[in-house]
Design a protein around this ligand. Structure first.
Ligand code: CA
Length: 227
């Protein structure tokens, strides 16, 4: 899940992007209204977190322009001003939620999860299931055959990607960009290491191995065919 933060106050911006990254999201940060609009217009984000008062373009103007261009990405507004007319204005323009500064990170994270879940259209999407593996997106919990599987935030993100696209071979470059927000041109083995740990947690002790390496291509999560 990719989130764009547009916030001109450096401390708040860093705090948000670090916190969201630790929670397993890919977070990009823009500190100028025009840069934010440019990035958001590409439509590759699952959520935008917009400060209202920004240099260049205000958060309102960004939202308005995006909607005019037909970009439907959900928007959470941040603002220091706690006035009724601001809330009304934001919601009229099509904002999904509104958070008044100062706010706790826990509250922001809760709002982010609610908006992202809403964007998945159906309540059934609150959980992903492949064979006896289940990922509860609401409680951020994984179970295999009813047994709890403890995952780090990154492992959770990795498993979510594999499960959403199960049956599909995912190249390392795609995993790198979706889960780590990095380009796959470095010789890092971070993906292999994380994948090995994830496979141990998900597949060890089970006859059916769900996560497979496809040599030279990438990884796939699938239920092996019955013989
Ligand atoms: Ca500001």
């Amino acid at each position: 899940m990719k989130i764009l933060i547009v916030e001109d106050e450096p401390k708040t911006g860093r705090y948000l992007s670090q916190g969201l990254a630790e929670a397993g999201y890919v977070a990009d940060l823009a500190n100028h209204g025009a840069d934010g609009l440019h990035l958001a217009s590409q439509g590759s984000y699952d959520l935008l977190i917009l400060d209202v008062m920004l240099p260049g373009l205000s958060g309102w103007q960004i939202l308005q322009t995006l909607r005019e261009r037909g970009v439907p990405t959900p928007v959470l507004f941040l603002t220091a001003r706690d006035q009724v007319e601001d809330r009304v204005k934001g919601l009229e323009l099509g904002a999904d939620d509104y958070l008044v500064k100062p706010f706790s990170f826990a509250e922001l994270l809760a709002r982010v999860r609610i908006i992202l879940r809403r964007g998945q259209n159906s309540p059934a999407d609150a959980a992903l299931r492949v064979a006896d593996l289940e990922l509860d997106l609401l409680r951020r919990r994984a179970t295999r055959a009813g047994q709890r599987v403890d995952l780090t935030a990154k492992e959770f993100g990795l498993l979510e990607l594999l499960m959403r696209r199960h049956g599909e071979v995912l190249p390392r470059s795609l995993i790198a960009s979706q889960v780590w927000d990095m380009n796959f041109d470095s010789d890092t083995n971070v993906i292999e290491v994380a994948m090995r740990r994830l496979r141990m947690k998900v597949d060890d002790g089970h006859t059916v191995k769900l996560i497979q390496t496809v040599r030279g291509m990438g990884y796939v999560l699938e239920t092996p065919e019955e013989p």
